[in-house]
Design a protein around this ligand. Structure first.
Ligand code: PRT
Ligand code: ZN
Length: 285
């Protein structure tokens, strides 16, 4: 059997982007609302829709072969699974939050204090590593209200924009870990399942490469072409086509999203004109 079962969060912050990634990989399935399972029409994969906290355990037990979870959940539950790939979405931090008037200097300030969290393991390890003796209050939700109701001196919670801390009179004082969605797998996939996984990874990598690059077209006088080729090495080398106007060419290449603005400046200085930039849907590297 080459079919893989992948566990995806049923509803929550990971769900939408996980399904978007699957769709961008060209995998089609009908996801009826409230369904717990679905089967893809055009790829050997089945979906299980679960709570995120249960996903690493199900993958370890082999109920699912793959899963998409936040790295924070993966590290906290510490199941015997493999981290296959970081997926680049649902980025957040697990941070210490304290009263905004607290003149907090560093983690040593937490010695002898109490901290409310849903991540007792990650926090415990962090405190131990820093030789801090603090009391951990494990609570499962609404961690951020703990200081104001006198339950704890500080919190250790997931932070994204920081507005939840802010609206509870807290500030982000220390970052304990950075997290993003990750693809995990069990350790006992069959050779055929490994093959399916590699096909899936190939597709995910093509989608990610497409997102981190842009397609660029420009016109340039022929005597600038060498300089422009140095700025835009492309996947192998740029395409250069003659324009109808004598002495000019059109150049097509790709540019990395995060180098984009810097490169554009240099291209203009080198004499490029009529620069067009377009998104890339998939890029096979
Ligand atoms: O029901 P289920 O158990 O499946 O879901 P859940 O409620 O446990 O998880 P969910 O959907 O809230 O989050 C799933 C994953 O998304 C987390 O494990 C993180 O990896 C990731 N993620 C990214 C976040 C956030 N951003 C986030 N902002 N998880 C939670 N938050 C919460 C945080 O707990 C706090 O209450 O949002 C608040 C802080 O956000 P800001 O923007 O105000 O700082
Ligand atoms: Zn959860």
């Amino acid at each position: 059997m080459n079919t893989l079962k992948i566990a995806i969060q049923k509803s929550g912050r990971l769900s939408e982007d996980s399904l978007k990634l699957i769709k961008e990989c060209g995998i089609k399935f009908s996801n009826g609302k409230g369904k717990l399972k679905a089967v893809a029409d055009n790829f050997p994969i089945e979906f299980l829709f679960l709570r995120d906290d249960d996903i690493p355990g199900y993958v370890e037990d082999g109920v699912a072969d793959l899963g998409i979870v936040g790295e924070n959940v993966l590290v906290e539950y510490d199941n015997d699974v493999k981290l296959v790939k970081k997926l680049g979405f649902s980025k957040c931090r697990l941070s210490i939050g304290v009263d905004r008037n607290w003149d907090y200097k560093n983690i040593k300030d937490l010695d002898g204090k109490s901290i409310a969290t849903s991540y007792p393991k990650i926090l415990g390890n962090y405190l131990k590593k820093n030789n801090i003796n603090a009391e951990i209050h494990e609570i499962s939700g609404s961690v951020e209200i703990a200081p104001s109701i006198g339950l704890a001196d500080a919190v250790c919670d997931i932070v994204s924009s920081g507005s939840t801390l802010l609206s509870n009179g807290l500030k982000e004082a220390d970052v304990i870990m950075r997290s993003e969605a990750v693809l995990i797998s069990g350790k006992n996939l069959s050779a055929e399942q490994e093959k399916t996984l590699n096909q899936l990874l190939f597709r995910m990598e093509s989608v990610q490469a497409g997102k981190s690059n842009k397609y660029i077209l420009l016109n340039a006088p022929n005597d600038s072409i060498d300089e422009i080729i140095n700025l835009l090495p492309g996947m192998k080398s740029p395409t250069v086509l003659p324009l109808a106007m004598e002495g000019w060419s059109s150049l097509h290449s790709v540019v990395k999203e995060d180098e984009f603005w810097e490169v554009i400046e240099k291209l203009k200085e080198a004499g490029a004109q009529g620069i067009l930039v377009a998104p890339i849907e998939k890029m096979i590297v």
